[in-house]
Design a protein around this ligand. Structure first.
Ligand code: FAD
Length: 370
């Protein structure tokens, strides 16, 4: 049996393990954390990623996810900039990260071995295979070791790597149910609300500040606690908060394939979370990897095809996500006024187009439905 090592057991790594197992590889997943799992936050799952999970045989996503919405954009005082409950857009579903991770790892069969508490320090390769930490050999290595990937650094030591976006993100989950959703954009600050299937609410907030400054729940309440309802109630009933400074990877991205080693997920294309697509793109990478390794017997050629298929699309997402972040985190009041006016116009135009499409699609009146 052909053997593969997956470095990292985040959403990207575990999906890659399921994908490789499915196309007949024996997989060892190496994870430096003591236990498998994901953080307590929600995640948006876009249709293309959900389709890959279903293709890979991951079950139960539909039962654990809820359509995102109501959707739209507000000002901190609650006034809608774009109210978009039904624009006819293809929207993601929301799911708890830990639940998604559990559903994926539930598919691990006997071909997948997981070693937690294992830190990869060195990776080398020759014509016959890869060698990890001078002792573990395999035919192929998938580096899903995140934003600060040691494998990527070993392959491309000159690459600039992670770039700070200028903002930090807070995330929390509360038992309080919000009959509400969407984002609120202020000055250099944003707040997002999303319902989870069990009635809890996932929220996130971003704020411009230098990298490395830690904040806590009291800080979040101080910043957003007087924004429109239900934000104060959501924050008042939150117990813990996660904070992450937001980085993406420098462009141009490095090749996702080098001989028998492939980069996947944030290791390949970490993007800011403004489109809610980083993990989804990692899942799509895993699906593409499986397709190329199945259709092309030589793994080195298959990885080259994987790079050609995935890097252009991921590059576009990194760029677009960065642009949306800049727009959302504007500080200048004049620029914010212009932005909000353009968003309002854009929303009105899209709503008009959606209404027109709907009326065109409506059945012609017949005696029975007239
Ligand atoms: C605030 C925020 C909100 C987000 N919201 C969304 C969203 O709604 N939708 C979405 O699709 N994406 C979202 N993302 C992006 C998403 O979280 C990431 O793109 C995704 O989690 C990346 O998964 P990954 O498996 O590639 O990397 P990671 O999740 O970073 O996993 C890497 C794993 O590798 C392990 N590791 C690292 N180095 C080593 C080593 N040397 N040896 C062994 N193990 C190692 C780590 O411990 C970790 O478990 C968001 C990100 C942030 C910050």
């Amino acid at each position: 049996m052909r053997t593969a090592i997956v470095v990292g057991a985040g959403i990207g790594g575990v999906t890659a393990a399921v994908a490789l197992q499915r196309c007949g590889w024996e997989v060892t997943v190496l994870e430096r954390a003591a236990e498998l799992g994901e953080v307590g936050a929600g995640i948006s799952l876009w249709p293309a990623a959900a389709a890959v999970l279903s293709e890979l045989g991951v079950k139960g996503v539909d039962q654990a996810a809820v359509p995102s919405g109501p959707f739209g954009l507000r000002k901190p005082n609650g006034r809608w900039v774009v109210a978009a409950p039904d624009l006819g857009l293809d929207l993601p579903v929301m799911i708890h990260r830990a639940q998604l991770h559990d559903l994926i790892t539930a598919e691990f069969g006997p071909a997948v071995t997981v070693r937690t508490g294992y830190t990869v320090e060195t990776v080398t390769q020759d014509d016959t295979g890869v060698l990890v930490n001078g002792s573990l050999r395999a035919d192929l290595l998938i580096a899903a070791d995140g934003l600060r990937s040691v494998v990527r650094t070993a392959l491309y030591p000159q690459y600039a790597g992670p770039q700070y976006s200028g903002s930090t993100a807070y995330r929390g989950i509360t038992e309080t149910k919000a009959n509400d959703g969407g984002e609120t954009w202020g000055s250099a600050e944003r707040f997002g609300i999303a319902q989870l299937i069990d009635g809890r609410t996932y929220w996130y907030a971003t704020h411009n500040q230098p990298a490395g400054q830690s904040g806590d729940l009291a800080e979040v309440i101080r910043k957003y606690g007087n924004w429109h309802d239900p934000i104060p109630a959501l924050l008042a009933t939150t117990q813990t908060v996660l904070q992450n400074d937001i980085y993406d990877l420098a462009l141009p991205l490095v090749p996702f394939a080098a001989g028998r080693i492939a980069l996947l997920g944030d290791a390949a294309h970490a993007m800011t979370p403004n489109l809610g697509r980083g993990a989804c793109t990692a899942i799509e990478d895993a699906g593409a990897l499986a397709r190329h390794l199945t259709s092309t017997p030589d793994p080195v050629t298959a990885l080259t095809q994987y790079d050609a298929a995935r890097r252009p699309a991921a590059t576009q997402l990194v760029k677009r996500s960065r642009q949306i972040g800049r727009l959302g985190q504007l500080e200048n009041p004049l620029a914010i006024g212009v932005r909000d006016a353009l968003m309002w116009l854009g929303g009105t135009a899209v709503r008009g187009a959606a209404a027109l499409t709907k009326s065109r699609r409506a059945p012609k009146p017949t005696p029975s439905n007239r």
